[in-house]
Design a protein around this ligand. Structure first.
Ligand code: ADP
Length: 553
Protein backbone atom coordinates (compact mmCIF):
# COMPACT_ATOMS: atom_id res chain seq x y z
CA UNK A 1 0.00 0.00 0.00
CA UNK A 2 2.86 2.37 0.88
CA UNK A 3 4.33 1.65 -2.54
CA UNK A 4 1.03 2.38 -4.23
CA UNK A 5 0.59 5.70 -2.42
CA UNK A 6 4.21 6.58 -3.21
CA UNK A 7 3.75 5.78 -6.89
CA UNK A 8 0.49 7.74 -7.05
CA UNK A 9 2.01 10.81 -5.42
CA UNK A 10 5.03 10.75 -7.73
CA UNK A 11 2.78 10.24 -10.72
CA UNK A 12 0.49 13.08 -9.70
CA UNK A 13 3.49 15.38 -9.07
CA UNK A 14 5.01 14.53 -12.46
CA UNK A 15 1.70 15.01 -14.23
CA UNK A 16 1.06 18.34 -12.48
CA UNK A 17 4.57 19.45 -13.36
CA UNK A 18 4.14 18.49 -17.00
CA UNK A 19 0.69 20.04 -17.25
CA UNK A 20 1.92 23.27 -15.62
CA UNK A 21 4.81 23.42 -18.03
CA UNK A 22 2.52 22.95 -21.01
CA UNK A 23 -0.02 25.51 -19.76
CA UNK A 24 2.61 28.10 -18.82
CA UNK A 25 4.44 27.58 -22.08
CA UNK A 26 1.31 27.96 -24.17
CA UNK A 27 0.16 31.02 -22.18
CA UNK A 28 3.52 32.71 -22.61
CA UNK A 29 3.72 31.74 -26.23
CA UNK A 30 0.27 33.10 -26.84
CA UNK A 31 0.94 36.29 -24.96
CA UNK A 32 4.21 37.00 -26.76
CA UNK A 33 2.71 36.07 -30.12
CA UNK A 34 -0.04 38.63 -29.64
CA UNK A 35 2.49 41.22 -28.45
CA UNK A 36 4.76 40.54 -31.39
CA UNK A 37 1.87 40.80 -33.83
CA UNK A 38 0.79 44.09 -32.37
CA UNK A 39 4.36 45.32 -32.52
CA UNK A 40 4.57 44.13 -36.10
CA UNK A 41 1.45 46.08 -37.01
CA UNK A 42 2.73 49.21 -35.25
CA UNK A 43 6.04 48.91 -37.10
CA UNK A 44 4.12 48.44 -40.38
CA UNK A 45 2.06 51.60 -39.80
CA UNK A 46 5.14 53.63 -38.92
CA UNK A 47 7.00 52.28 -41.93
CA UNK A 48 3.92 52.88 -44.16
CA UNK A 49 3.74 56.52 -43.01
CA UNK A 50 7.42 56.98 -43.71
CA UNK A 51 7.21 55.29 -47.14
CA UNK A 52 4.19 57.49 -48.02
CA UNK A 53 6.37 60.48 -47.19
CA UNK A 54 9.85 59.54 -48.39
CA UNK A 55 9.14 56.73 -50.86
CA UNK A 56 11.55 53.80 -51.38
CA UNK A 57 14.37 55.93 -50.03
CA UNK A 58 13.12 55.33 -46.53
CA UNK A 59 13.33 51.62 -47.01
CA UNK A 60 16.78 51.81 -48.56
CA UNK A 61 18.08 53.69 -45.51
CA UNK A 62 16.45 51.26 -43.13
CA UNK A 63 18.51 48.56 -41.53
CA UNK A 64 16.67 46.06 -39.40
CA UNK A 65 17.75 42.55 -38.57
CA UNK A 66 14.59 41.41 -36.99
CA UNK A 67 12.02 42.73 -39.50
CA UNK A 68 11.90 42.41 -43.26
CA UNK A 69 10.01 45.01 -45.29
CA UNK A 70 8.85 44.43 -48.86
CA UNK A 71 7.22 46.99 -51.13
CA UNK A 72 5.04 45.42 -53.81
CA UNK A 73 3.82 47.37 -56.80
CA UNK A 74 0.20 47.39 -57.90
CA UNK A 75 0.96 44.72 -60.52
CA UNK A 76 2.50 42.43 -57.93
CA UNK A 77 6.15 42.93 -58.80
CA UNK A 78 8.48 43.60 -55.88
CA UNK A 79 9.73 47.21 -55.86
CA UNK A 80 12.04 46.86 -52.91
CA UNK A 81 12.87 44.28 -50.25
CA UNK A 82 15.01 45.02 -47.20
CA UNK A 83 16.38 41.48 -47.03
CA UNK A 84 16.75 40.25 -50.63
CA UNK A 85 17.46 41.86 -53.95
CA UNK A 86 14.02 42.75 -55.41
CA UNK A 87 15.03 41.63 -58.89
CA UNK A 88 15.48 38.06 -57.73
CA UNK A 89 11.99 37.95 -56.32
CA UNK A 90 9.05 36.68 -58.35
CA UNK A 91 5.58 38.14 -58.65
CA UNK A 92 3.88 38.49 -55.21
CA UNK A 93 0.20 38.87 -56.24
CA UNK A 94 -0.58 35.29 -55.12
CA UNK A 95 0.72 35.84 -51.56
CA UNK A 96 -2.26 35.64 -49.30
CA UNK A 97 -1.59 38.79 -47.22
CA UNK A 98 -0.75 40.83 -50.40
CA UNK A 99 -3.93 39.69 -52.13
CA UNK A 100 -5.97 40.60 -49.05
CA UNK A 101 -4.28 44.03 -48.73
CA UNK A 102 -4.97 44.79 -52.42
CA UNK A 103 -8.60 43.94 -51.87
CA UNK A 104 -9.35 45.27 -48.35
CA UNK A 105 -6.44 47.61 -47.54
CA UNK A 106 -4.99 45.19 -44.94
CA UNK A 107 -3.81 41.63 -44.95
CA UNK A 108 -2.26 39.03 -42.67
CA UNK A 109 -0.94 35.53 -42.96
CA UNK A 110 1.37 32.97 -41.41
CA UNK A 111 3.59 30.53 -43.25
CA UNK A 112 5.61 27.65 -41.80
CA UNK A 113 9.09 26.63 -42.78
CA UNK A 114 9.62 23.18 -44.23
CA UNK A 115 10.92 21.88 -40.85
CA UNK A 116 7.88 23.35 -39.10
CA UNK A 117 10.23 24.62 -36.44
CA UNK A 118 9.94 28.25 -37.65
CA UNK A 119 7.09 30.30 -38.98
CA UNK A 120 6.93 33.70 -40.66
CA UNK A 121 4.22 36.19 -39.77
CA UNK A 122 3.23 38.61 -42.46
CA UNK A 123 1.29 41.91 -42.17
CA UNK A 124 0.52 44.02 -45.23
CA UNK A 125 -0.98 47.50 -45.83
CA UNK A 126 -2.10 49.20 -49.04
CA UNK A 127 -0.51 52.60 -49.52
CA UNK A 128 -2.27 55.58 -51.04
CA UNK A 129 -0.61 54.97 -54.46
CA UNK A 130 -2.06 51.49 -54.57
CA UNK A 131 1.20 49.67 -53.83
CA UNK A 132 1.37 47.37 -50.77
CA UNK A 133 3.94 47.50 -47.97
CA UNK A 134 4.53 44.22 -46.20
CA UNK A 135 6.38 43.55 -42.99
CA UNK A 136 7.39 40.11 -41.83
CA UNK A 137 9.16 38.53 -38.91
CA UNK A 138 10.36 35.01 -38.18
CA UNK A 139 9.28 33.32 -35.05
CA UNK A 140 10.12 29.90 -33.59
CA UNK A 141 7.11 27.56 -33.39
CA UNK A 142 5.93 25.95 -30.11
CA UNK A 143 7.70 22.79 -31.20
CA UNK A 144 11.00 24.64 -31.63
CA UNK A 145 10.62 26.33 -28.25
CA UNK A 146 9.78 22.99 -26.65
CA UNK A 147 12.81 21.40 -28.27
CA UNK A 148 14.97 24.21 -27.01
CA UNK A 149 13.64 23.68 -23.52
CA UNK A 150 14.21 19.90 -23.40
CA UNK A 151 17.37 19.95 -21.29
CA UNK A 152 16.21 22.52 -18.69
CA UNK A 153 12.85 20.76 -18.53
CA UNK A 154 14.59 17.41 -17.96
CA UNK A 155 16.77 18.95 -15.26
CA UNK A 156 13.78 20.56 -13.56
CA UNK A 157 11.78 17.35 -14.03
CA UNK A 158 14.49 15.21 -12.39
CA UNK A 159 14.76 17.68 -9.53
CA UNK A 160 11.03 17.79 -9.13
CA UNK A 161 10.82 14.00 -9.28
CA UNK A 162 13.49 13.57 -6.61
CA UNK A 163 11.79 16.13 -4.42
CA UNK A 164 8.35 14.66 -4.95
CA UNK A 165 9.82 11.19 -4.38
CA UNK A 166 11.21 12.19 -1.00
CA UNK A 167 8.01 13.96 -0.07
CA UNK A 168 5.87 11.13 -1.38
CA UNK A 169 7.89 8.63 0.62
CA UNK A 170 7.36 10.56 3.82
CA UNK A 171 3.75 11.30 3.09
CA UNK A 172 2.87 7.74 2.19
CA UNK A 173 4.47 6.47 5.40
CA UNK A 174 2.59 9.04 7.42
CA UNK A 175 -0.69 8.05 5.71
CA UNK A 176 -0.13 4.36 6.27
CA UNK A 177 1.11 4.59 9.87
CA UNK A 178 -2.36 4.98 11.48
CA UNK A 179 -3.65 2.12 9.30
CA UNK A 180 -0.92 -0.16 10.61
CA UNK A 181 -1.83 0.74 14.16
CA UNK A 182 -5.50 -0.14 13.72
CA UNK A 183 -6.79 -2.45 16.46
CA UNK A 184 -8.99 -4.83 14.51
CA UNK A 185 -9.95 -6.71 17.67
CA UNK A 186 -11.90 -3.63 18.73
CA UNK A 187 -12.64 -1.85 15.45
CA UNK A 188 -14.92 0.82 16.90
CA UNK A 189 -12.37 1.94 19.48
CA UNK A 190 -9.88 3.18 16.85
CA UNK A 191 -9.29 6.91 16.60
CA UNK A 192 -8.17 6.86 12.99
CA UNK A 193 -9.28 8.49 9.71
CA UNK A 194 -12.89 9.48 9.62
CA UNK A 195 -13.13 7.93 6.15
CA UNK A 196 -12.38 4.55 7.69
CA UNK A 197 -15.45 4.64 9.93
CA UNK A 198 -17.77 2.75 7.51
CA UNK A 199 -15.07 0.14 6.95
CA UNK A 200 -14.41 -0.23 10.66
CA UNK A 201 -18.11 -0.57 11.44
CA UNK A 202 -18.40 -3.20 8.74
CA UNK A 203 -15.41 -5.04 10.18
CA UNK A 204 -17.05 -4.82 13.61
CA UNK A 205 -20.28 -6.23 12.22
CA UNK A 206 -18.45 -9.02 10.44
CA UNK A 207 -16.48 -9.80 13.60
CA UNK A 208 -19.76 -10.20 15.46
CA UNK A 209 -21.09 -12.43 12.68
CA UNK A 210 -17.92 -14.53 12.66
CA UNK A 211 -18.04 -14.86 16.42
CA UNK A 212 -21.70 -15.99 16.23
CA UNK A 213 -20.84 -18.48 13.51
CA UNK A 214 -17.88 -19.73 15.52
CA UNK A 215 -20.00 -20.35 18.59
CA UNK A 216 -22.62 -22.06 16.48
CA UNK A 217 -19.88 -24.20 14.94
CA UNK A 218 -18.49 -24.97 18.39
CA UNK A 219 -21.96 -25.91 19.57
CA UNK A 220 -22.48 -28.19 16.59
CA UNK A 221 -19.05 -29.78 17.06
CA UNK A 222 -19.82 -30.42 20.72
CA UNK A 223 -23.21 -31.79 19.77
CA UNK A 224 -21.57 -34.06 17.19
CA UNK A 225 -19.01 -35.21 19.74
CA UNK A 226 -21.71 -35.83 22.33
CA UNK A 227 -23.63 -37.97 19.89
CA UNK A 228 -20.64 -39.88 18.57
CA UNK A 229 -19.12 -40.29 22.04
CA UNK A 230 -22.29 -41.97 23.27
CA UNK A 231 -22.78 -44.09 20.19
CA UNK A 232 -22.60 -47.82 20.67
CA UNK A 233 -21.41 -48.12 17.08
CA UNK A 234 -17.87 -47.23 16.11
CA UNK A 235 -17.55 -44.19 13.86
CA UNK A 236 -14.45 -43.07 11.98
CA UNK A 237 -14.23 -40.18 9.54
CA UNK A 238 -11.34 -40.24 7.09
CA UNK A 239 -10.37 -37.66 4.49
CA UNK A 240 -9.55 -38.21 0.81
CA UNK A 241 -5.96 -39.13 1.70
CA UNK A 242 -7.26 -41.71 4.19
CA UNK A 243 -6.13 -39.74 7.22
CA UNK A 244 -8.27 -40.01 10.35
CA UNK A 245 -10.32 -36.84 10.82
CA UNK A 246 -12.43 -38.04 13.72
CA UNK A 247 -12.80 -41.27 15.67
CA UNK A 248 -15.29 -41.93 18.46
CA UNK A 249 -14.51 -43.83 21.69
CA UNK A 250 -16.41 -46.93 20.52
CA UNK A 251 -14.29 -47.10 17.34
CA UNK A 252 -11.09 -46.56 19.35
CA UNK A 253 -12.05 -49.54 21.49
CA UNK A 254 -12.91 -51.71 18.49
CA UNK A 255 -9.64 -50.94 16.67
CA UNK A 256 -7.61 -50.69 19.92
CA UNK A 257 -6.50 -47.29 18.60
CA UNK A 258 -4.54 -44.76 20.64
CA UNK A 259 -5.81 -41.24 21.36
CA UNK A 260 -3.26 -39.62 19.04
CA UNK A 261 -4.43 -41.43 15.88
CA UNK A 262 -6.41 -38.39 14.72
CA UNK A 263 -4.64 -36.72 11.81
CA UNK A 264 -2.63 -39.87 11.05
CA UNK A 265 -3.14 -42.37 8.26
CA UNK A 266 -5.92 -44.94 8.81
CA UNK A 267 -3.18 -47.55 8.36
CA UNK A 268 -2.03 -46.73 11.89
CA UNK A 269 -5.50 -47.80 13.06
CA UNK A 270 -5.98 -50.88 10.89
CA UNK A 271 -3.35 -52.32 8.60
CA UNK A 272 -5.33 -55.27 7.26
CA UNK A 273 -5.27 -55.62 3.52
CA UNK A 274 -8.98 -56.49 3.29
CA UNK A 275 -9.97 -53.37 5.19
CA UNK A 276 -7.85 -51.13 3.01
CA UNK A 277 -9.25 -52.75 -0.11
CA UNK A 278 -12.76 -52.05 1.25
CA UNK A 279 -11.87 -48.37 1.78
CA UNK A 280 -10.51 -48.13 -1.78
CA UNK A 281 -13.67 -49.77 -3.10
CA UNK A 282 -15.84 -47.29 -1.14
CA UNK A 283 -13.91 -44.38 -2.67
CA UNK A 284 -14.45 -45.87 -6.13
CA UNK A 285 -18.02 -47.13 -5.86
CA UNK A 286 -19.49 -44.97 -3.13
CA UNK A 287 -20.07 -47.78 -0.63
CA UNK A 288 -18.53 -51.00 0.61
CA UNK A 289 -19.02 -53.44 3.46
CA UNK A 290 -16.71 -55.78 5.26
CA UNK A 291 -17.05 -58.19 8.20
CA UNK A 292 -14.15 -58.72 10.47
CA UNK A 293 -13.30 -60.29 13.83
CA UNK A 294 -11.79 -58.06 16.51
CA UNK A 295 -11.06 -59.26 20.03
CA UNK A 296 -13.26 -62.32 19.57
CA UNK A 297 -16.27 -60.30 18.44
CA UNK A 298 -17.68 -59.99 14.93
CA UNK A 299 -18.11 -56.52 13.44
CA UNK A 300 -19.75 -55.33 10.28
CA UNK A 301 -18.04 -52.25 8.82
CA UNK A 302 -20.08 -50.05 6.49
CA UNK A 303 -17.87 -47.65 4.53
CA UNK A 304 -19.58 -44.82 2.66
CA UNK A 305 -17.94 -42.13 0.56
CA UNK A 306 -18.86 -38.58 1.56
CA UNK A 307 -19.52 -36.58 -1.58
CA UNK A 308 -19.54 -32.81 -1.58
CA UNK A 309 -20.72 -30.86 -4.64
CA UNK A 310 -17.86 -31.58 -7.01
CA UNK A 311 -15.50 -33.94 -5.25
CA UNK A 312 -15.44 -36.50 -2.51
CA UNK A 313 -14.49 -35.18 0.91
CA UNK A 314 -13.58 -38.56 2.38
CA UNK A 315 -15.42 -41.49 3.85
CA UNK A 316 -17.30 -42.50 6.98
CA UNK A 317 -16.71 -45.91 8.53
CA UNK A 318 -19.47 -47.28 10.76
CA UNK A 319 -18.78 -50.37 12.84
CA UNK A 320 -21.64 -52.52 14.14
CA UNK A 321 -21.16 -55.31 16.64
CA UNK A 322 -23.02 -58.20 15.03
CA UNK A 323 -21.70 -60.93 17.30
CA UNK A 324 -25.12 -61.63 18.83
CA UNK A 325 -26.79 -61.41 15.47
CA UNK A 326 -24.25 -63.81 13.99
CA UNK A 327 -24.63 -66.19 16.92
CA UNK A 328 -28.40 -66.16 16.74
CA UNK A 329 -28.21 -66.65 12.98
CA UNK A 330 -25.95 -69.61 13.57
CA UNK A 331 -28.25 -70.93 16.30
CA UNK A 332 -31.25 -70.49 14.03
CA UNK A 333 -29.53 -72.41 11.24
CA UNK A 334 -28.52 -75.17 13.64
CA UNK A 335 -32.03 -75.23 15.12
CA UNK A 336 -33.62 -75.62 11.68
CA UNK A 337 -31.22 -78.41 10.82
CA UNK A 338 -31.87 -80.10 14.18
CA UNK A 339 -35.63 -79.74 13.89
CA UNK A 340 -35.62 -81.37 10.47
CA UNK A 341 -33.49 -84.19 11.78
CA UNK A 342 -35.55 -84.65 14.95
CA UNK A 343 -38.78 -84.72 12.98
CA UNK A 344 -37.44 -87.10 10.39
CA UNK A 345 -36.32 -89.80 12.83
CA UNK A 346 -39.73 -90.57 14.43
CA UNK A 347 -41.44 -90.19 11.06
CA UNK A 348 -39.08 -92.73 9.50
CA UNK A 349 -39.81 -95.05 12.42
CA UNK A 350 -43.56 -94.67 11.91
CA UNK A 351 -43.33 -95.14 8.14
CA UNK A 352 -41.05 -98.15 8.56
CA UNK A 353 -43.40 -99.90 11.02
CA UNK A 354 -46.48 -99.02 8.97
CA UNK A 355 -44.88 -100.43 5.79
CA UNK A 356 -44.02 -103.68 7.52
CA UNK A 357 -47.61 -104.01 8.77
CA UNK A 358 -48.97 -103.04 5.37
CA UNK A 359 -46.89 -105.70 3.60
CA UNK A 360 -48.03 -108.36 6.07
CA UNK A 361 -44.50 -108.87 7.32
CA UNK A 362 -45.48 -108.47 10.97
CA UNK A 363 -46.74 -111.49 12.78
CA UNK A 364 -50.07 -111.16 14.57
CA UNK A 365 -48.42 -111.58 17.99
CA UNK A 366 -45.90 -108.78 17.18
CA UNK A 367 -48.63 -106.45 16.03
CA UNK A 368 -49.21 -104.70 19.43
CA UNK A 369 -45.48 -104.00 19.72
CA UNK A 370 -45.37 -102.38 16.25
CA UNK A 371 -48.53 -100.40 16.85
CA UNK A 372 -47.12 -99.33 20.24
CA UNK A 373 -43.93 -98.23 18.48
CA UNK A 374 -45.93 -96.17 16.01
CA UNK A 375 -47.87 -94.61 18.90
CA UNK A 376 -44.68 -93.77 20.87
CA UNK A 377 -43.04 -92.22 17.85
CA UNK A 378 -46.19 -90.26 17.04
CA UNK A 379 -46.33 -89.10 20.67
CA UNK A 380 -42.71 -88.04 20.37
CA UNK A 381 -43.59 -86.06 17.29
CA UNK A 382 -46.44 -84.38 19.12
CA UNK A 383 -44.13 -83.58 22.06
CA UNK A 384 -41.52 -82.24 19.70
CA UNK A 385 -43.96 -80.09 17.78
CA UNK A 386 -45.41 -78.78 21.06
CA UNK A 387 -41.95 -77.92 22.38
CA UNK A 388 -41.00 -76.23 19.10
CA UNK A 389 -44.19 -74.19 19.17
CA UNK A 390 -43.55 -73.24 22.80
CA UNK A 391 -39.95 -72.25 22.05
CA UNK A 392 -40.85 -70.18 19.02
CA UNK A 393 -43.50 -68.41 21.09
CA UNK A 394 -40.87 -67.64 23.70
CA UNK A 395 -38.42 -66.56 20.99
CA UNK A 396 -40.91 -64.13 19.58
CA UNK A 397 -41.40 -62.76 23.06
CA UNK A 398 -45.17 -63.23 22.94
CA UNK A 399 -46.23 -61.17 25.91
CA UNK A 400 -48.79 -62.97 27.97
CA UNK A 401 -50.53 -61.22 30.86
CA UNK A 402 -48.68 -61.50 34.18
CA UNK A 403 -50.40 -62.25 37.45
CA UNK A 404 -49.57 -62.88 41.09
CA UNK A 405 -48.78 -66.57 41.18
CA UNK A 406 -48.16 -68.80 44.19
CA UNK A 407 -45.11 -70.78 43.15
CA UNK A 408 -45.77 -73.49 45.75
CA UNK A 409 -49.26 -74.09 44.37
CA UNK A 410 -47.83 -74.34 40.83
CA UNK A 411 -45.14 -76.77 42.07
CA UNK A 412 -47.81 -78.94 43.72
CA UNK A 413 -49.89 -78.97 40.52
CA UNK A 414 -46.89 -79.99 38.40
CA UNK A 415 -45.89 -82.66 40.90
CA UNK A 416 -49.43 -84.06 40.79
CA UNK A 417 -49.19 -84.32 37.00
CA UNK A 418 -45.82 -86.06 37.30
CA UNK A 419 -47.02 -88.58 39.88
CA UNK A 420 -47.79 -91.26 37.32
CA UNK A 421 -44.41 -90.89 35.60
CA UNK A 422 -42.66 -90.96 38.99
CA UNK A 423 -44.56 -94.08 39.99
CA UNK A 424 -43.63 -95.73 36.68
CA UNK A 425 -40.01 -94.99 37.37
CA UNK A 426 -40.34 -96.03 41.04
CA UNK A 427 -39.17 -92.61 42.12
CA UNK A 428 -40.62 -90.79 45.12
CA UNK A 429 -41.66 -87.24 44.35
CA UNK A 430 -42.37 -84.65 47.05
CA UNK A 431 -43.03 -80.93 47.26
CA UNK A 432 -42.01 -78.85 50.25
CA UNK A 433 -41.54 -75.22 51.27
CA UNK A 434 -43.66 -72.15 51.77
CA UNK A 435 -46.03 -70.12 49.65
CA UNK A 436 -44.02 -67.55 47.71
CA UNK A 437 -45.67 -65.22 45.27
CA UNK A 438 -44.11 -64.09 42.00
CA UNK A 439 -45.33 -61.76 39.26
CA UNK A 440 -45.50 -64.15 36.39
CA UNK A 441 -47.21 -66.07 33.67
CA UNK A 442 -48.76 -69.07 35.36
CA UNK A 443 -48.53 -71.35 32.35
CA UNK A 444 -44.81 -70.67 31.90
CA UNK A 445 -44.10 -71.11 35.61
CA UNK A 446 -45.93 -74.44 35.46
CA UNK A 447 -43.79 -75.47 32.51
CA UNK A 448 -40.60 -74.55 34.39
CA UNK A 449 -41.51 -76.76 37.33
CA UNK A 450 -42.95 -79.52 35.15
CA UNK A 451 -39.92 -79.74 32.81
CA UNK A 452 -37.43 -79.72 35.70
CA UNK A 453 -39.48 -82.27 37.66
CA UNK A 454 -39.90 -84.42 34.56
CA UNK A 455 -36.13 -84.45 33.96
CA UNK A 456 -35.48 -85.20 37.63
CA UNK A 457 -37.76 -88.23 37.29
CA UNK A 458 -36.53 -89.23 33.83
CA UNK A 459 -32.83 -89.14 34.66
CA UNK A 460 -33.28 -90.80 38.01
CA UNK A 461 -32.55 -94.29 39.23
CA UNK A 462 -34.89 -96.88 40.60
CA UNK A 463 -36.00 -96.01 44.14
CA UNK A 464 -34.52 -92.59 43.72
CA UNK A 465 -36.23 -89.48 44.92
CA UNK A 466 -37.12 -86.04 43.67
CA UNK A 467 -37.77 -83.04 45.93
CA UNK A 468 -39.34 -79.87 44.62
CA UNK A 469 -39.01 -77.06 47.13
CA UNK A 470 -40.11 -73.43 47.13
CA UNK A 471 -38.52 -70.85 49.42
CA UNK A 472 -38.05 -67.13 49.77
CA UNK A 473 -34.53 -65.73 49.85
CA UNK A 474 -33.31 -62.12 49.55
CA UNK A 475 -36.45 -60.77 47.86
CA UNK A 476 -36.43 -63.73 45.49
CA UNK A 477 -38.46 -66.85 45.15
CA UNK A 478 -36.21 -69.88 44.89
CA UNK A 479 -37.50 -73.03 43.23
CA UNK A 480 -35.21 -76.00 43.73
CA UNK A 481 -35.62 -79.34 42.01
CA UNK A 482 -33.21 -81.92 43.44
CA UNK A 483 -32.90 -85.50 42.47
CA UNK A 484 -30.79 -88.47 43.38
CA UNK A 485 -30.41 -89.42 39.71
CA UNK A 486 -27.60 -90.09 37.28
CA UNK A 487 -26.17 -86.54 37.53
CA UNK A 488 -24.50 -84.48 34.83
CA UNK A 489 -20.74 -84.36 34.19
CA UNK A 490 -19.23 -80.86 34.66
CA UNK A 491 -18.38 -80.47 30.94
CA UNK A 492 -22.08 -80.87 30.03
CA UNK A 493 -23.52 -78.65 32.76
CA UNK A 494 -23.17 -75.41 30.75
CA UNK A 495 -24.59 -76.92 27.61
CA UNK A 496 -27.73 -78.71 28.77
CA UNK A 497 -29.78 -75.51 28.24
CA UNK A 498 -28.86 -75.46 24.52
CA UNK A 499 -31.52 -76.56 22.08
CA UNK A 500 -31.43 -80.29 21.29
CA UNK A 501 -28.43 -80.83 23.54
CA UNK A 502 -28.55 -84.13 25.28
CA UNK A 503 -25.88 -85.74 27.42
CA UNK A 504 -27.02 -89.18 26.44
CA UNK A 505 -29.10 -89.15 23.29
CA UNK A 506 -30.40 -92.70 23.51
CA UNK A 507 -31.44 -92.28 27.15
CA UNK A 508 -33.24 -89.04 26.32
CA UNK A 509 -35.03 -90.58 23.36
CA UNK A 510 -35.93 -93.70 25.25
CA UNK A 511 -37.62 -91.57 27.84
CA UNK A 512 -39.45 -89.44 25.23
CA UNK A 513 -37.17 -86.42 25.56
CA UNK A 514 -37.02 -83.82 22.86
CA UNK A 515 -33.85 -82.04 23.98
CA UNK A 516 -35.84 -78.83 24.23
CA UNK A 517 -37.16 -79.02 27.80
CA UNK A 518 -34.35 -77.08 29.47
CA UNK A 519 -34.24 -74.52 26.60
CA UNK A 520 -37.89 -73.78 27.34
CA UNK A 521 -37.04 -73.53 31.07
CA UNK A 522 -34.17 -71.11 30.34
CA UNK A 523 -36.35 -68.86 28.15
CA UNK A 524 -39.27 -68.90 30.53
CA UNK A 525 -36.99 -67.99 33.47
CA UNK A 526 -35.43 -65.15 31.48
CA UNK A 527 -38.89 -63.84 30.63
CA UNK A 528 -39.52 -63.57 34.35
CA UNK A 529 -36.22 -61.73 34.90
CA UNK A 530 -34.77 -64.68 36.79
CA UNK A 531 -31.75 -66.96 36.52
CA UNK A 532 -30.97 -70.67 36.65
CA UNK A 533 -28.19 -72.49 38.49
CA UNK A 534 -27.04 -76.11 38.18
CA UNK A 535 -25.22 -78.24 40.70
CA UNK A 536 -24.63 -81.82 39.82
CA UNK A 537 -22.35 -84.76 40.41
CA UNK A 538 -22.47 -87.80 38.13
CA UNK A 539 -23.88 -90.81 39.98
CA UNK A 540 -25.10 -88.72 42.89
CA UNK A 541 -27.79 -86.44 41.57
CA UNK A 542 -28.63 -83.02 40.31
CA UNK A 543 -29.92 -79.80 41.86
CA UNK A 544 -31.39 -77.20 39.52
CA UNK A 545 -32.25 -73.88 41.14
CA UNK A 546 -34.47 -71.24 39.61
CA UNK A 547 -34.33 -67.77 41.21
CA UNK A 548 -37.26 -65.50 40.41
CA UNK A 549 -37.94 -61.99 41.70
CA UNK A 550 -40.83 -61.53 44.18
CA UNK A 551 -44.13 -60.12 43.07
CA UNK A 552 -44.66 -56.45 43.94
CA UNK A 553 -47.02 -56.28 46.93
P1 ADP B 1 -34.58 -83.90 27.14
O1 ADP B 1 -35.82 -83.75 26.40
O2 ADP B 1 -33.54 -84.69 26.42
O3 ADP B 1 -34.73 -84.17 28.54
P2 ADP B 1 -33.75 -81.37 28.18
O4 ADP B 1 -33.46 -80.04 27.48
O5 ADP B 1 -34.84 -81.34 29.15
O6 ADP B 1 -33.93 -82.41 27.05
O7 ADP B 1 -32.44 -81.78 28.89
C1 ADP B 1 -31.24 -81.75 28.18
C2 ADP B 1 -30.31 -82.86 28.67
O8 ADP B 1 -29.82 -82.56 29.98
C3 ADP B 1 -30.97 -84.17 28.83
O9 ADP B 1 -30.96 -84.88 27.60
C4 ADP B 1 -30.14 -84.84 29.89
O10 ADP B 1 -29.09 -85.48 29.29
C5 ADP B 1 -29.67 -83.72 30.74
N1 ADP B 1 -30.47 -83.56 31.99
C6 ADP B 1 -31.47 -82.70 32.21
N2 ADP B 1 -31.94 -82.79 33.48
C7 ADP B 1 -31.20 -83.74 34.07
C8 ADP B 1 -31.21 -84.30 35.36
N3 ADP B 1 -32.04 -83.93 36.32
N4 ADP B 1 -30.30 -85.26 35.62
C9 ADP B 1 -29.42 -85.68 34.68
N5 ADP B 1 -29.38 -85.19 33.42
C10 ADP B 1 -30.26 -84.23 33.13
Amino acid sequence: MTKKIFRSIVLVAASVLLASLVIILSCFYDYFARLQKQQLKDELYLAAASVEESGVLYLQNLSSESFRLTLVAKNGSVIYDTAVDAKTLEDHTDREEIKEAFETGRGESVRYSSTMLEKTIYCAKRLSDGSVLRISVNRATVGAIALGMVSPVIAVGIGALILSGVLANRLSKRIVAPLNQLDLEHPLENDSYEELSPLLSRINKQRAQISDQLSELRYKTEEFEQITDNMKEGLVLIDRSENVVSINPAAKKIFSATDDCTGKSFLTVDRSRDFNAAIKSAFENGHSEIRSQKDGRTYQFDISRIDSEECSFGAVILAFDITEHENSEKARREFTANVSHELKTPLQGIIGSAELIENGLVKQEDMPRFVGHIRTEAQRLVNLVNDIIRLSQLDEGVSLPKERVDLLAVAKEAARDLDAAAADKKVSLSVEGESVFVDGIKRLLYEIVYNLGENAVKYNVENGNVVISVAAKDKNAVLTVSDSGIGIAPEHQNRIFERFYRVDKSHSKASGGTGLGLSIVKHAVLQHGGKTEVESEPGKGTVIRVILPFAAK
